[in-house]
Write a protein that binds this ligand. Structure first.
Ligand code: BGP
Length: 488
């Protein structure tokens, strides 16, 4: 609508807060009826080597070996940061910072230990109910991810995870159970964390690729698994609207703005293709349809997605209510030849205008504004930044404190750009930092890749008291929230 005015501030009910995931914080992997999830079957960094195992290294034999091991030291996601036992203390700390919202995920295997058990595990359901009630004590709004890289290992071993249509039935039985149970406690939900990363492997789909040799075979498996997730997401959205009419469902995208290395049209096209490959996911989940530009990709890679007759109608009828996304860094690519959608046609290069974290993630606050402006323009549904943060090696100074100015600087610059996007007219629901309390890194299983406002006394080898201590950024974020983003 035409106006000579524009917003100058964040909205009054802006959801300031932070985000976490069950498999990186809870620990208690085998307590109160819980069974293993895939993430808890990946080893951490081995002392003395530089190898950092990732979930995509998983093979059937490594998973079977993990299932037979009870070592929390070898598998750091099994101890997390002990949120399972310390959640009252943790939520109190978040409340002290003035949090309006806190994102957690539910561990599917805490509620349905094998994924598709006949009855849910009451102790698992009760745990999250207690956590939500604790948040409400302080007027903190829970934001809940239904699946944050979290597939019960039993689903992987029996069905190869999301490769099987059986996962849709099991998952939507789980979602129906939790919507009924947490009615009145949770308004904001999202289905699959960073759903687009499922295009690159096991960590998001729980589908092993041991038997597959060609890239096209792997793509076939992944896009079939992703189709199952799209269908499950639409069914969950339908259920949510029926069971909790006032609740909202979001999709969740890993957004990394991709730039062309130069003004060479081949580079520009390569960057556009990379961005389109991400838009594919939101085109399906927000617009409710498979976009035409993917047909060429599917055909060129011999991908044939098996659909049931109602799938496309279901996806069309039940899109999400809002679009949430993570944003950490941007990427820069140069194109070569062939210009279809394969990664082989793109070469990642470093961006001379940006600095990077210790893990090589290029810090780019302006990229966040570009992403926000672009996505608002394309979809016209409310946007929600549900992850943004910097992993760093924090040091305890001689005064016993952690002076994490680099983290403050990172957040400050991103919030400034987010504010510019609000001025540009973007409808933005909130901002959740990753992660308010130090936790086990997803990609590397390290504890020393720290993100928190709150330090956790725990090292990469699982040693430490797990005691919590606010860093300088804690007090800074407290000020940001109380001024609704004015005092940066
Ligand atoms: C996102 C994941 C999170 C989180 C974050 C930081 O991709 O959704 O689970 O871990 O990245 O990544 P990492 O822990 O690998 O540094």
């Amino acid at each position: 609508m035409y106006s000579t005015d524009f917003p100058h501030h964040f909205p009054k009910n802006f959801l300031w807060g932070g985000a976490t995931a069950a498999n990186q914080i809870e620990g208690a992997w085998n307590i109160d009826g819980k069974k293993l999830s895939d993430a808890e079957c990946i080893k951490g960094a081995q002392p003395g080597t530089s190898h950092r195992p990732t979930l995509d290294d998983a093979t059937l034999s490594s998973i079977e070996e993990a299932v037979n091991s009870d070592s929390e030291k070898l598998y750091p996601k099994r101890h997390g940061n002990d949120f399972y036992h310390r959640y009252p203390e943790d939520i109190k700390l978040l409340a002290k910072m003035g949090f309006k919202a806190f994102r957690i995920s539910l561990a599917w295997s805490r509620i349905f230990p094998n994924g598709d058990d006949e009855q849910p595990n009451e102790k698992g359901l009760q745990f999250y109910e207690n956590v939500f009630k604790e948040m409400h004590k302080y007027d903190i709004e829970p934001v809940v991810t239904l699946s944050h890289y979290d597939v019960p290992v039993s689903m992987t071993l029996r069905y190869n995870g999301w490769a099987s249509r059986k996962a849709v039935t099991a998952f939507t039985n789980y979602t129906k159970t939790v919507f009924n149970r947490y009615k009145g406690l949770v308004r904001y939900w999202m289905t699959f964390n960073e759903i687009n990363t499922g295009a690159s492997g096991f960590h998001a789909t729980g589908a092993l690729e041991d038997e597959l040799t060609t890239e096209d075979e792997k793509l076939q498996l992944r896009y079939q698994a992703l189709h199952h997730q799209f269908v499950a997401s639409s069914i969950a959205t339908k259920q949510l609207h029926e069971i909790i009419p006032e609740a909202k469902m979001g999709c969740m995208l890993a957004r990394s703005e991709t730039y062309p290395a130069t003004s060479d049209p081949n580079d520009v096209l390569a960057a556009q293709r990379a961005n389109d490959l991400n838009y594919f996911f939101t085109d399906v989940q927000v617009r409710g349809e498979y976009p035409e530009y993917m047909n060429r990709f599917f055909a060129e890679h011999h991908i044939k997605i098996q659909m049931e007759p109602d799938d496309e109608a279901l996806i069309k009828r039940y899109p999400v209510d809002y679009l949430s996304f993570s944003y950490y860094c941007s990427a820069t690519v140069s194109g070569s030849h062939g210009l279809n959608f394969t990664n082989a046609d793109q070469v990642k290069v470093s961006n001379p205008h940006l600095s990077a974290t210790d893990w090589g993630w290029e810090i780019d606050p302006v990229g966040l504004r570009i992403a926000l402006d672009d996505m608002w323009d394309r979809y016209r549904v409310p946007l929600f930044v549900v992850e943004n943060g910097i992993g760093a090696h924090d040091q305890i100074a001689s005064d016993g404190k952690i002076h994490d100015d680099y983290r403050i600087q990172y957040f400050r610059s991103h919030i400034q750009q987010m504010k510019e996007a609000v001025k540009d007219g973007v409808s933005l629901m909130g901002y959740l930092t990753w992660a308010p309390i130090d936790l086990v890194s997803f990609s590397t299983s390290e504890m020393s890749k720290r993100y928190g406002f709150v330090y956790v006394d725990l090292d990469d080898n699982g040693n430490g008291s797990m005691d919590r201590m606010p860093k300088d950024s804690f007090f800074w974020y407290q000020k940001v929230i109380s001024s609704n983003g004015e005092d940066l």
